[in-house]
Structure formats: C-alpha cells, structure tokens
Design a protein around this ligand. Structure first.
Ligand code: E4P
Length: 218
C-alpha cells in the first residue's frame, strides 16, 4: 500500500518524507490556495519545490474544464518534472483528456469520483490513479468505505490497472479499513499518518521498560 500526503505545505511534506514511508503527494486548488500560492509562475514553482522533496507521484490539478484547456495545462504541468501526475476532474472533457494523456505516456489522477460508474469510465480511459473521496461521501450520509469496496471488486473483475487512490481520508480508521479493502494508495493529511504511531499500551509499555532498566542499572 502506498501513502501519499494530501497537502501543499512544504514543511508537512518534508516531515512525512523524513518518516521514510511517503510515496507521493496529492494537492488540489483549495490546498494550494490555503498555502497562499497564486499566479501561474508561483504555482509551477511550488509544484517543482514539492517534486524536489519527494521521490515520485506529485498530483498537480488542472484548472481548465474544457478539453483544449486541460490538454494545454496538463502538458505544462507534466513538463515541470517527471514526478508530476496530472490531476483531472471527473467530467466529460476530463475523460477525453485522460484518454489522450494516457496514449502519450502522461500519468493522470482522475479526481472528484463519487460513484462506481465514474470509476469504470476513468479506468476505461486509462487513468493511472482514481481518487474516490471517502470523507465527502460520509459527510452526506453515504458510505465512503463501501464505495472503495465496490470499486475494488469492479477493478479486480476486469483486471483494470488504474490504481485506487483513496482520498478525502479523515482519520486512521478510514486508512486502516482502506488497507483491509485493498486500496492501492491512501492520501491523507499529516496528522492521520502520524496518528498511526499512537497506542496507549506502547506508551505505558515503554515507560515500564525504561523504569525497570533504570532500577536494575541505577
Ligand atoms: C484528494 O486528492 C483530495 O484533494 C482530498 O483528499 C480531498 O479531501 P477533503 O475532502 O478532506 O477536502
């Protein structure tokens, strides 16, 4: 299972990378705006800065919603670095753009995916990654994890090579259950990755080991 961090914050990306378990980064226009990154050149420079931290898989999202615009932007983004994965929304022209990028060897991440039908279309178009949003489905009282299971079943039925990149992951149990279901990748904020470290029995056990060692050794 791959771990991606879902942020455009360089310090958080560095911290996750230093842990030694990070396989990539996902961003979106909201996350870029949150970091105050604006303007064509600054946005490209920020993607490059992210690529300089991690080994691979940096999702950079197009803003255009028409085919011509998405293709133009996707080429520009892909030129920034070989690590870039062009993130394309699940809309009609997005599917056409994914098909074209795939035929030219440009990796894609199909984003804003909320239904099994959308997942099938993205795989048929040759998306490298599919981003089904768990938390946002939960937010409207639909079962985000059940959706991941459905996509896993469908992709396995047909041997689709598109990797399931579980997104909108809000807590550790989302992540652990994605692992049980067999999602290929999970993207989540830094606090979800670091929360995996925590268990009270680890803390109390370590305190006891150290106390016993001190008692025996003075
Ligand atoms: C993933 O690519 C998305 O950017 C992200 O996971 C959305 O998460 P949110 O629903 O918490 O905003």
């Amino acid at each position: 299972m791959k771990f991606f961090i879902d942020t455009a914050n360089l310090n958080e990306i560095k911290e996750a990378y230093d842990l030694g378990v990070l396989d990539g980064v996902t961003t979106n226009p909201s996350l870029m705006a949150k970091e105050g990154i604006k303007g064509h050149d600054n946005i490209k420079a920020h993607y490059k800065a992210i690529c300089n931290i991690v080994d691979n898989n940096v999702s950079a999202e197009v803003i255009a919603t028409d085919l011509e615009g998405m293709i133009k932007e996707g080429y520009e983004l892909a030129k920034i670095d070989d690590k870039i994965v062009v993130k394309v929304p699940m809309i009609k022209d997005g599917i056409k753009a994914i098909k074209k990028f795939n035929s030219e060897g440009i990796r894609t991440n199909c984003t804003l995916v909320f239904s099994p039908g959308q997942a099938i279309l993205a795989a048929k178009a040759g998306a490298s990654y599919l981003s089904p949003f768990i938390g946002r489905l939960d937010d409207i009282s639909q079962d985000g994890l059940e959706f991941i299971s459905q996509v896993r079943l469908i992709y396995d039925n047909y041997g689709f090579e598109t990797e399931i990149l579980a997104a909108s992951v809000r807590h550790t149990m989302h992540l652990v259950q994605c692992a049980e279901i067999g999602a290929d990748v999970v993207t989540c904020p830094l606090n979800v990755i670091t929360a995996l470290l925590n268990h009270p029995l680890t803390d109390s056990g370590l305190a006891k080991f150290l106390a016993d060692h001190k008692k025996a050794n003075g």
